[in-house]
Write a protein that binds this ligand. Structure first.
Ligand SMILES: [Zn+2]
Length: 175
């Protein structure tokens, strides 16, 4: 398998399905990389800003480590992580149509998710990550309301966000 193929393979699966969906659908392990797939990914990447594109080429195409990219681009690791999340969100939106047609998968984009829409999304994600699994969502809901003015009545919103919209740490293997 060529390195380009591995890149595209990981790419479309990360971008198109998200970690949670990988287990829900039976996806062929080594799909043919069609010219159309390559074109779609190229087109999607071309909609990014120059800085975002630089990150994509370094991280996904060259396999450079997060920390190395951060240092060389003059950004903190925290800012690189935020840049990465923004890139994936953008690519998800641009590639959603293609992924739906090609793989029959519906992409959860989070356009109507109040947490994704919040300017405090990063802080809220940390809050969600910090919650032990055995603890209910009540405390988080309360904090969202009191600290961020986000009135969410159903924990399902949080559960859905955690499952489909959050880019889990270490999911891409290289950090
Ligand atoms: Zn969300």
């Amino acid at each position: 398998m060529s390195s380009a193929r591995v890149v595209y393979y990981n790419w479309i699966f990360d971008v198109g399905t998200g970690p949670a969906l990988k287990h829900r659908y039976r996806i062929p392990r080594a799909p043919e990389v069609s010219n159309q797939l390559i074109r779609s990914v190229r087109r999607a990447v071309s909609t990014l800003t120059p800085r975002e594109r630089e990150f994509v080429y370094r991280y996904y195409y060259n396999g450079e480590a997060n920390r190395k990219i951060a240092i060389e681009m003059g950004l903190t690791v925290g800012r690189i992580d935020r840049l990465h999340r923004r890139i994936l969100k953008r690519l998800k939106i641009v590639l959603a149509d293609f992924v739906r047609k090609e793989y029959g998968l519906d992409v959860a984009i989070g356009d109507d998710c109040p947490i994704c829409q919040s300017p405090h999304c990063d802080e809220i994600n940390r809050l969600i990550q910090a919650k032990p699994p055995e603890v209910t969502w009540r405390g988080v809901l309360k904090t969202l309301c009191n600290e961020y003015g986000l009135k969410i009545t159903s924990p399902q919103v949080l559960i859905g966000h955690e499952k489909y919209h959050m880019n889990k740490e270490g999911e891409h293997g290289r950090r």
